[in-house]
Design a protein around this ligand. Sequence first.
Ligand code: F6P
Length: 472
Amino acid sequence: MSRTIIVSNRLPTKVQRTGQGLTFQPSEGGLATGLGSIYRADDNVWVGWPGMFVDDPNEQQQVTERLQADSMAPVFLTESEIHDYYEGFSNGTLWPTFHYFSEYALYEQAHWEAYVAANKKFCRAVLELAGPDDTIWVHDYQLLLLPEMIRRERPKATIGFFLHIPFPSYELVRVLPWGAKLLEGMLGADLIGFHTFGYQRHFISAVSHMLGYPNQSGQIDTPSRPVLIDAFPMGIDYQHYAETANSEAVAQHVLAYREALREGRIILSIDRLDYTKGIAQRLRAFEGLLERYPEWRGQVSLLMVVVPSRDQVAQYQSLKEEIDELVGRLNAQYSTISWTPIHYFYRSFPFEELVALYRLADIALVTPVRDGMNLVAKEYIACRNDERGVLILSERAGAAQELSDALLINPTDTNHLVDALNEALLMPEEEQATRMSHLRALVKQYDVFAWTKLFMDRLAYSKIKQHIYTTD
Ligand code: F6P
């Protein structure tokens, strides 16, 4: 029987070491939560790193057995691979470059070599598992070289690739000393998917400028094979969020939170700690709201959840300090005995509590300066069975291409953001309901299952096209 082998740097389950030994928790982030609902179907397997350095062979065995029982195959990274491949090239070079923060990007030959070696390690893990009829679906910027590496060993394999972050303008890709090699790596796939048409266009333009391969109607003709390029905006498991939002457990959490927060209005902000998410800009906008519209003081609080992430990378450490300072300063300046302007949590929340926060929030403030898609925006919408609440969304998140009934803002325009906050707080319930029902219909229809089906159907079509191409 043919199955799908999903490959990503991070598995949907992460291993942690506690006083009680190794524990297994759900991973954070869009890829893991988004695909988490689909990989268990039909004997599929997910290959990836369990998120922690494990070198003891007995522990590796324990982790492997535990994950295998849940259809996962771990790839163990050494400490130097974590440092040079994950924190170094993936998150110190590619992440800032692809999010237009090229001033943060490092260009270290040693990091590049570690990236090549780690991609080879993932390649060996895939080849050990994949049968000739299996479909291999590679995900994201940590594994850009993998499609081509697999192709070299298995010329006939069916390989899809999906990028979960933006693909930037050619002008940024050309700055990377290894840019052409990365493009060749991706072109090992039969189908390359992006969240938006804009990212797809940037990729085609980079390939045309840097490799000189011709393209037409979403197809690039490499010297050996045609490769299809398309946009597939990722969805979420809508039903899972909507049902959980209706559950008794969530109702209890909402009640408890409401009691603790009294009558105050809530603006919700949830992100991984990342400079791309615009967290500091958001805090400044909240300050602007309290300054320009003082009538909201004592009436509205910002509930801000920041999920720890990549804390060994320098920019993430300094961002954490900047956020801590800003929150401290604003709370010290505006708090009263009965009102706290910002409730700040530096941790992740269990699923039902997260859904309760979505249910509670009058406004979801999703204002990244760059974001491939942003699934938090879609999760908020899926949880609003009551058709209340306002989504304020950055026009520079991929999700803005679809969610046009949100209040769309430019995250660097603080004045605009302050006005959008005031407008959202004053929005009549009928208008909230109209916007929310449109948004919900969209998020419901294009959920993660529809996304997967579209991608897989197109991947199957790419093989038919190639057959015609080679027999012509
Ligand atoms: O958005 C890209 C992505 O790979 C997502 O899967 C997720 O949001 C995040 O980055 C996870 O990052 P990390 O694996 O470094 O924690």
